[in-house]
Design a protein around this ligand. Structure first.
Ligand code: F6R
Length: 619
């Protein structure tokens, strides 16, 4: 949510800022701006709209200077507009600030600043920061920033520059990510690693309440009392090519097609001599032996992975699991104790509600485990233990490969727990590991079917668009499934609504008769996941009921399912045969692709859907 870049060195700051912002655009894209300092003068250019609008503007009148800060915005306070775009200035125009987060006490601070004569130009909470720095500035920018952040409540990652100190950038963070990139004769500040990977792989992950000062020659980090903090740099192992489209039309498509490799790499990394290994996990095995229940907490797609995780863990390890959305968990009074393991699932590791839920669980004395994709993220660092999904950078706003990686981690956790607690026999464990390995191959096989641009799902999407217009835009999607595939019904619906803005709901199919069937007429397209033998007949009955009321049915079945032929469904999607427990890893693939092709048909911006941002770092 909002991307920040800062650069100080010998190169043209504008180019580095724009390139960095491009890589952070997934964090917000309703306006963008840069401030470049040259010869004691800060020039700011900002524009409403995507980064391309700003880039076009700057290509016509480039800013000279080798020090600057930039921002791409996801609006919280104040509509997306030119005046609310960052950077923001102080009254004298000597200071520029970019900010990610929310300053919760900004109204009170603004009132006091106004009393002192400060004039505000925007509706943002951010603008109070530039005025507070101005108020506190007595010839030392770092000190002014320290005094400023001591006054604010809320979350922030900021970068600040001052015309009187044209040799430094000062940054600070609290509950919004900020990293430093270490170069030679140049240094970088950014919200996330992809922004700086073209220049350096050495980064410092800043902690809450750190104040960082970057000059060309060095970086110093201090705490809020001005004490020097020692920070060890981390080396980023992945390459910038992983954050590029590699010939695909969209990041989302690329990330969907990467899922087979994600699974294969996970197998190579996590299975050793027939055992599951979590090398980075710092929680002792005796904790897992003695735990009595598991509480899984997450948001959005990660929550759906958690819902599936419950089925997997309960079936394999026989430990009771509960699942909650982070935003609900943090405000209720859950029954937890020291024998509860709270598992926080988060691709970004920065989602504000999930981070707050983690802290709440720790406060209540539970052991906490993060399942994260982004290395060094807040949840990964604050949880008692972390298991990384290692899915590589996920750039498209709609999550795909991180989801299957989260599912895969749940299979591994379940096998790990089952083996530690002897919930399954040795041969039971071996057969699960074997089946999991098979899934990686089957996933690649399934993805192979959709490699061509003109595949069955693309054709269904075209049909849907025609139908949608014929029905005067009243068509929409329902997703039905039972049991372990029910969370995938929710996920399929979420993917579709996120990127195609078409109404979509997921239901457990057995619930249809308790209300939702009233919706069925000739308008909805209903995707029915009927791959599981256990509930196959029940799903066929659901399909009949929908067809009888005029609905369009897309049936997802296992290859070789002959019965489906007798049910007069409109479209069929087949997945390779796999043990039921593992079917969610495969059934989600066509759902992701269907959402993709529908959005493509309607011509929407797939990687950057409206109103969304990749990393939700505000409540
Ligand atoms: C959906 C999507 C969101 C995220 C949710 C949690 O495609 O991307 O629903 O899953 O915002 O984000 P993380 O996993 O970063 O905590």
């Amino acid at each position: 949510m909002c991307g920040i870049v800062g650069y100080i060195g010998e190169r043209k700051a504008q180019d580095i800022l724009l390139k960095g912002l491009k890589r952070l655009e997934y964090r917000g894209y309703d306006s963008a701006g840069v401030a470049v300092l040259n010869r004691h003068k800060i020039s700011i250019v900002k524009r409403q709209g995507k980064l391309s609008v700003l880039s076009t503007e700057l290509s016509g009148r480039p800013l000279a200077g080798t020090l600057g800060i930039g921002h791409t915005r996801w609006a919280t306070h104040g509509a997306p507009s030119h005046k609310n775009a960052h950077p923001h200035r102080d009254c004298k125009g000597k200071i520029a600030v970019v900010h990610n987060g929310i300053i919760e006490n900004y109204l009170e601070l603004k009132k006091n600043l106004k009393k002192k004569g400060h004039k505000f130009l925007s509706e943002t909470d951010t603008e109070i920061l530039s005025h507070l720095v101005e108020e506190h500035y007595k010839g030392n920018l770092e000190e002014a920033v320290r005094r400023t952040v001591k006054m604010v409540k809320g979350s922030y990652a900021i970068a600040v520059i001052h015309e009187d100190e044209p040799y430094r950038i000062v940054g600070a963070r609290c509950d919004s990510p900020l990293i430093v990139g270490l170069g030679k004769g140049e240094n970088f500040l950014a919200s996330d690693v992809p922004a700086i990977l073209d220049y350096t792989h050495d980064v410092i992950y800043l902690d809450n309440h750190d104040i960082v000062t970057l000059t060309r020659g060095g970086v110093s980090v201090k705490d809020l009392s001005g004490r020097n903090m020692r920070k060890s740099p981390s080396r980023i192992k992945w390459d910038i090519s992983q954050a590029e489209k590699a010939g695909y039309k969209h990041f989302m498509l690329k990330e969907i097609f990467e899922q087979g490799d994600v699974l294969r790499n996970m197998l190579e990394e996590r299975i050793d001599k027939g055992r599951v290994v979590f090398n980075e996990l710092e929680i002792p095995s005796k904790v897992f032996r003695s735990l009595k229940n598991i509480m899984i907490v997450a948001c959005g797609t990660a929550y759906h992975a958690g819902l599936t995780g419950k089925y997997i863990i309960e079936e394999c390890a026989r430990i009771p699991c509960h699942v909650d959305t982070s935003s609900e968990f943090r405000y209720r009074d859950p029954v937890l104790d020291k024998n509860t393991l709270v598992v926080i699932v988060s691709q970004s590791g920065e989602t504000a509600d999930s981070l707050a839920a983690l802290r709440e669980a720790k406060r209540r004395g539970c052991k906490t485990l993060g399942i994260c994709n982004v290395l060094g993220s807040s949840i990964a660092r604050e949880a008692d233990g972390v298991i990384y999904t290692h899915a590589g950078p996920e750039i498209a706003v709609a999550s795909t490969k991180a989801y299957t990686a989260q599912l895969a981690i749940f299979y591994l956790i379940a096998i790990y727990l089952a083996s530690l607690r002897k919930a399954l026999t040795a041969s039971g464990i071996t057969s699960l590991i074997k089946e999991f390995g098979k899934c990686a191959l089957l996933m690649n096989e399934l993805l192979g079917e959709y490699k061509s641009e003109y595949n069955a799902l693309a054709a269904y999407a075209q049909e849907f668009k025609r139908y949608y217009h014929a029905k005067h835009n009243k068509s929409y999607f329902l997703y039905l499934a039972r049991n372990i595939n029910y969370p995938n019904a929710l996920e399929g619906a979420l993917k579709l609504k996120e990127i195609s803005y078409i109404s979509a709901e997921g239901y457990p199919a057995g619930e249809m008769k308790h209300g939702p069937i009233a919706l069925i007429d000739e308008n909805p397209w209903v995707v029915c996941i009927a791959t599981q033998a256990k509930t196959h007949d029940k799903m066929l009955s659901n399909m009949q009921e929908i067809k009888a009321r005029g609905g369009i049915v897309i049936a997802m079945v296992t290859e070789g399912d002959k019965e489906i032929m007798h049910h007069n469904v409109n479209y069929v999607i087949e997945i390779p045969p796999v043990r039921e427990l593992f079917s969610p890893l495969l059934t989600v693939i066509p759902l992701q692709l269907l959402a993709y092709y529908v959005a493509l048909e309607f011509g929407y911006d797939i990687d950057q859907p409206r109103n969304l941002a990749k990393s939700v770092t505000v409540e």
